[in-house]
Structure formats: C-alpha cells, structure tokens
Design a binder for this molecule. Sequence first.
Ligand code: SF4
Ligand code: F3S
Length: 78
Amino acid sequence: TYVIAQPCVDVKDRSCVDECPVDCIYEGDRMLYIHPDECIDCGACEPVCPVEAIFYEDDTPEEWSTYYQANVEFFDDI
Ligand code: SF4
Ligand code: F3S
C-alpha cells in the first residue's frame, strides 16, 4: 500500500484524491489517509502531491515510519 506522511498535515491539498482510480483516499481531521486494503498500489497519487507526502510503504522515510500504522489505525476506528 501507499502511505501518506507528515507533509500532508494541515496542507490537505487533495490532488491525490482526484488521481486515485479506486477512491481509497479518505479525509481525516488534519490529513488524509490511504485505505491499506483498498489501495491497488498503482502509484498514481504519489507524483501529484505538491508537498511529496505520499510514499510506497517500504520507501517511507524512517522519521515518518509511524505513519503507516497511523493509516491502519485510522481505518480501525471507522
Ligand atoms: Fe489510490 Fe493508486 Fe494512490 Fe493507492 S497508489 S492510494 S490506488 S492512487
Ligand atoms: Fe495530502 Fe498531498 Fe494528498 S498534501 S491530501 S497527500 S495531495
């Protein structure tokens, strides 16, 4: 799955939402989240984010590694 990380917080540009062919990017309070089971790993969202907040899970920078779990937990709550 792809993961949205810290740069999205309080930015929420939403360009990624328009690109996603399966509509698996959902709005949270301060950032958006990618549903890990619905994402088809197409990669379309990654280049359109103006703040480069989106990463393939294994390529997420170390300092933002907790965002993968944050994505998963966001969907556990809803
Ligand atoms: Fe949607 Fe593709 Fe991005 Fe996954 S990688 S969130 S399917 S645009
Ligand atoms: Fe956030 Fe970038 Fe999408 S700022 S809403 S991940 S385009």
